[in-house]
Design a binder for this molecule. Sequence first.
Ligand SMILES: Cc1cc2nc3c(=O)[nH]c(=O)nc-3n(C[C@H](O)[C@H](O)[C@H](O)COP(=O)(O)O)c2cc1C
Length: 221
Amino acid sequence: MKNKQFTIDEQALLEDIMLHRRDIRGNNFLGKPISDEAIKKILHAASLAPSVGFSQPWEFVIIRDDKIKKQVYENFVVENKKAQAIFSNKQQEMYKQLKLEGILEAPINIAVFYKPSDTPVLGQNTMLETGEYSVVCAVQNMWLMSRAMNIGLGWVSILNPESVKKILKSPADNKLVAYLCIGYVEEFFSIPELEKLKWKKKKQINSVVYSNEYPEAISNT
Ligand SMILES: Cc1cc2nc3c(=O)[nH]c(=O)nc-3n(C[C@H](O)[C@H](O)[C@H](O)COP(=O)(O)O)c2cc1C
């Protein structure tokens, strides 16, 4: 074989990193600073992601300034209050107890943007969202590389993207895809917090896999 072949042990290592990746929220972040080298490594992982037509349509804003974090956090507070309302009364009680971000606690926040191309992109003509999907691939690379470096990452989506764009002075055409909180952690939980708190159950993979086509009972076409 000419190209690099991975061993069973290396496959197991990748699986282990995936298995132990967790979403990290406020109370779990330590104040310990993150070096520029570490951030560089996480961004390099982002740059290795696949992208539609190799468009690499991502841009990153690295936020260390507490004043900017505070403005984003204030937007979270507003949006989180609205978000509660979509749940049943019983769920709202639980929702109020959840800590769903770590904007102020994490030493580094990274806003990840999709920058649309101003020239045609190979493969992005029928499924326009593939540009944003590419940015999500970059985020996942960042998440896994952070975990491999024993650094926690939390994704905050309870934000008004237009408000965050304004705070960060983003170009109008850019779309906010992810707002990430990054830092060393007290603990990586062994299972997702939302699973532990019984907010949602883990799906078994065979309950979401079909053979050849959707069965009659499910298909509504
Ligand atoms: C697109 C996306 C948006 C998310 N937004 C939030 C969020 O706003 N707040 C939060 O606490 N977790 C957020 N999460 C994390 C999920 O809640 C978490 O991934 C899920 O509960 C499984 O837990 P785990 O990542 O620890 O395995 C988000 C995850 C994704 C992929």
